[in-house]
Write a protein that binds this ligand. Structure first.
Ligand SMILES: Cc1cc2nc3c(=O)[nH]c(=O)nc-3n(C[C@H](O)[C@H](O)[C@H](O)COP(=O)(O)OP(=O)(O)OC[C@H]3O[C@@H](n4cnc5c(N)ncnc54)[C@H](O)[C@@H]3O)c2cc1C
Length: 525
């Protein structure tokens, strides 16, 4: 056994995808025998929100797809076999009374454009302008930096005019610029905004454009289930010499005179390090593990900014194990997401209820995504129903105080959505169900430790995005919080970004997006 160092060069709090990516990136760039790194995870296994579970022989996953993963998997040297979704990236079912109009979104940016041109010839000019402009704006991302200098900012102004111009715009404001007149098109793009976690009236334009660009490249999933992803990442981190301790619940980030000096575990053990990366819920880390007063004394502005951060919503996940007498393939389920929505501002209405801690069960106002992983990876037939947004509300309290009411309420939500899916997508679905497992926001609160059960960390509102985002470098010297998340791909990016920041830009010159070919550093005289 390796001797335990008196002091670590880096401590990482949390063993989800961000924590594991941070651990691998550090160990790839520093010899861990000289610069020891320790990852602390409070659960018995790593992975956080990316996990799998078994019910009566059926295997279910929490996460469902990873968009555009290959470059990052290669950099992080993750040995986990992936399989690409076939056919469509998604199918959208726009509900209109008892019928639904089906719109098939192919994988690939150009394929999507072609499909739209074909379906909406009268919108040709707007479609072409939108796609050309959005592609250029997405490409500008490669020049953005996390901590730009004044010189970088001037360079960005010159090199990234579209990003700068649209930085304060929501996706719906952005979309209106292109003069679309067919309402069905805004319904389609509203679904893309929903993939970025917010309605188009709220999501910052760049987030939706980026989600669209990366997702359309084709979604993938681990062949043997999502739990194999964090396991493979853990193996890599261990191979590279990183130390990982599970069942290690961090209770305090110790700060002396504005400087991080180490962490204290629930057991009372103190572990020293001058550099700490927290990958757990940001507000919990800042306000509970450090303390609001301590942070406020160091930097009131940062504290207020952290206070104002809106966390992304939680969800309800209904996992169904089905019998063999259902032909999901013939129903077209061999694709990415199948979105069923009542459209016409539905997602915004659901969010208004969410803002008040409520949810709506109304067959004139619902939005859900159905996915069928077993058709991609094989195995017993399963389908997953995602219901977003779902507030934490009193789910946690109910779970702890009245389990039978908690179960009853979950069943009510599941029954409602199964009914809608039977109506528009899978006739007689309920007759084929053998197992049903319903995860509530209280489940995700347990997986991640986030009090809101948030699935995607901070919400991408325009006032917390890009340069306005809560900075990764906290005002506590030596403490970093790279959490912005929004899925597995951004979580991996976040891990690489934060190590790059700690190492003074050694890996990607301070750019915010890892690419195999990082743009050359800006030359300064
Ligand atoms: C139901 C669901 C479906 C999703 N589907 C997709 C999808 O299809 N595609 C996609 O890209 N993304 C998806 N996501 C989002 C994706 O899973 C997350 O963005 C990503 O996993 C976040 O990783 P993380 O490391 O930031 O956080 P987490 O996974 O929350 O990891 C944080 C870790 O910190 C640990 N921790 C917390 N407190 C402490 C403490 N005090 N001490 C020590 N350890 C602590 C937790 O136990 C946890 O392991 C989904 C999320 C959910 C919940």
């Amino acid at each position: 056994m390796k001797p335990t160092p008196d002091k670590y060069s880096l401590i990482i709090i949390g063993g989800g995808i961000v924590g594991l990516s941070t651990a691998i990136t550090w160990s790839k760039n520093r010899d861990s025998s000289q610069y020891p790194v320790l990852l602390l995870e409070k659960q018995p296994i790593v992975g956080g929100m990316v996990t799998s579970f078994k019910r009566k022989g059926f295997i279910f996953d929490t996460a469902q797809l990873v968009p555009d993963p290959l470059e990052l998997f290669k950099y992080l040297e993750i040995d986990c076999e992936l399989i690409k979704f076939k056919n469509y990236f998604s199918r959208i079912f726009l509900v209109n009374g008892n019928n639904a109009t089906e719109i098939r979104i192919p994988s690939g940016y150009n394929e999507f454009r072609e499909m739209l041109l074909d379906r909406y010839p009268s919108q040709k000019k707007s479609i072409n302008r939108f796609f050309d402009y959005s592609k250029k704006m997405f490409d500008e991302l490669q020049y953005l930096k996390l901590e730009p200098t004044l010189f970088d900012l001037l360079f960005i102004l010159f090199k990234c005019p579209k990003t700068v111009f649209n930085s304060g715009r929501t996706f719906s404001e952005y979309f209106r610029k292109f003069g679309f007149s067919d309402p069905e098109l805004s319904e389609i793009f509203d679904v893309f905004a929903a993939f970025s976690g917010l309605p188009s009236e709220r999501a910052v334009a760049m987030m939706t454009v980026a989600a669209m660009n990366t997702s359309l490249l084709g979604p993938w999933r681990p062949t043997k289930g999502f739990i194999h992803l964090p396991h493979a990442m853990k193996r890599k981190a261990l191979d590279l010499g990183c130390e990982i301790r599970t069942r290690a619940n961090v209770k305090q980030i110790v700060v002396e005179n504005g400087i991080a000096t180490g962490v204290r575990l629930e057991t009372g053990e103190f572990i020293k390090s001058d550099t700490i990366v927290t990958t757990i819920d940001t507000k919990t880390a800042l306000f509970n593990l450090i303390g609001r007063d301590v942070l406020h004394e160091i930097n009131p502005k940062y504290t207020e900014k952290a206070d104002q951060v809106n966390m992304s919503p939680s969800s309800m996940i209904i996992s169904l194990g089905l019998d063999d007498y259902i032909d999901l393939d013939s129903l077209g389920l061999n694709c990415g997401y199948n979105v069923i929505t009542t459209g016409k501002g539905t997602f915004e209405r659901l969010f208004k209820a969410f803002d008040n801690g409520e949810y709506i069960l109304d067959d004139k106002c619902f939005h859900t995504a159905v996915i069928c992983p077993s058709l991609i990876t094989g195995g017993k037939p399963v389908i997953i129903i995602r219901v977003v947004p779902m507030p934490i509300g009193n789910w946690k309290l109910l779970r702890e105080t009245d389990y039978s009411l908690y179960t009853k309420k979950k069943e009510e939500v599941a029954d409602f959505y199964i009914k809608q899916i039977e109506r528009y997508l899978i006739p007689d679905l309920s007759k084929h169900i053998i197992v049903r497992d319903i995860a509530s926001p209280a489940t995700f609160e347990r997986y991640s430790g986030s009090p809101s059960g948030s699935n995607y960390d901070m919400s991408p509102y325009p006032d917390n995005f890009g340069l306005k985002r809560l900075p990764t470098r906290t005002p506590v010297k030596g403490l970093f919080q790279p959490k912005f998340s929004h899925g597995i791909w951004p979580s991996m990016q976040a891990g690489i970004q934060v190590v790059d920041m700690i190492l003074g830009g050694e890996i990607m010159n301070g750019y915010s997006r890892y690419r195999e070919k990082i743009p050359a550093p800006v030359i300064r005289d």
